[in-house]
Write a protein that binds this ligand. Structure first.
Ligand SMILES: [Zn+2]
Length: 334
């Protein structure tokens, strides 16, 4: 059973990319300086140390993102030119998140804030509305898929980053936003974005090729959270899930019965559940049908460095490979 990742003191992935500290150049003197020169040196060193005390250790523009997936994508586009921080940490429940005073400080000091939009960060609009920080919505060019059922019916599904196709639109939005923020490095942002998009596109190709032999009658993806509408569209899969958005986290008997019915009607080979929620309800679906448990999928958060999905590309590849191997019969049965 997947254990939800700790939200407590877990270091964020941003800690891996230790900002380069800029050191002031210090002059070396080969022989003792004269008194006059010494006074100049003293004055200079006072000015220098005063300068050092006042200056931040890293003077790159700061970009804050609402969650770890966006932070990793942003780092790939920004290269070394910007300092990227995630407001929520690894493992955080991002749909119903409650910002802390520390989050307010991080965000208020940022030069730009990136949020997913599409209603993902229910907490974010009010939070950022109280702060005087420019922000950009990375899903602005996404073609939204509405949520089909339950209390969220009709609202856009927020999980567009789970599609390699839509993720390339996120990257393009970041290139534009970073170029506005730091025009001198616009060419680098463009080149980084192009190279990164190519890697994301490769995962899309892997998805399509991996599912090519799956019969039309078995092209279905069943998960705990309805986070795969966009990936299912990319892969030509029909989607079913226990609950539409993780904020609920508790499957009702009706939702479990609906999933069992869907699995039986569609001859689904394997079902899946996300890392941040309990898979006990999905285990009931497995127990009641002939489907196997195909494995754990990652959606709303990266893992810590050293974990299974420390980067967004790792997350995407992991999920695509787990889904392909599960649905085509070579998957885990745990
Ligand atoms: Zn989610």
């Amino acid at each position: 059973m997947p254990v939800p990742l700790s939200t407590a003191t877990a270091p964020d992935a941003s800690d891996r990319a230790t900002p380069r500290r800029r050191r002031s150049a210090r002059r070396r003197f080969r022989r003792p300086p004269s008194l006059g020169a010494l006074a100049t040196v003293l004055a200079a060193s006072v000015a220098l140390s005063g300068c050092e005390a006042a200056a931040p250790p890293d003077d790159r523009p700061v970009v804050a993102t609402t969650f770890t997936v966006l932070a990793d994508m942003a780092r790939n586009v920004a290269g070394d030119h910007l300092r990227i921080e995630s407001i929520t940490k690894v493992g955080a429940e991002i749909h119903g998140y409650e910002p802390t005073p520390g989050d307010v400080r991080v965000t208020a000091n940022a030069d730009l804030v990136l949020d997913n939009g599409l209603g993902l960060e229910a907490w974010f609009e009010r939070f950022v509305g109280e702060l005087d920080v420019p922000h950009a919505v990375v899903s602005d060019d996404v073609d939204p898929i509405p949520i089909a059922s339950d209390a969220y019916a009709g609202r856009p599904n927020p999980h567009a980053w789970m599609s390699p196709v839509e993720a390339q639109r996120y990257v393009a939005s970041m290139v534009d936003a970073f170029s506005d923020l730091d025009p001198a490095n616009a060419a680098d942002f463009r080149a980084n974005g192009d190279a990164y998009s190519d890697e994301i596109a490769d995962v899309h190709d892997e998805l399509v090729a991996g599912l090519a032999t799956l019969p039309a009658t078995q092209r279905a993806l069943v998960t705990c959270e309805g986070a795969f509408s966009y990936l299912a569209r990319d892969g030509g899969l029909e989607e079913a899930y226990l609950w539409p958005v993780n904020a609920e986290q508790q499957a009702t008997p009706g939702q479990i019965a609906g999933a069992i019915d869907f699995v039986e009607r569609n001859d689904v080979a394997a079902v899946f559940c996300e890392s941040t929620v309990s898979d006990s309800a999905m285990r009931q679906v497995v127990g009641a049908t002939g489907a196997r448990f195909g494995g754990v999928l990652y959606v709303d958060s990266l893992s810590l460095p050293g974990g299974p999905v420390p980067t967004y590309l790792d997350l995407l590849r992991h999920d695509v490979r787990t889904i392909v191997s599960g649905l085509t019969g070579s998957g885990a049965d745990r």
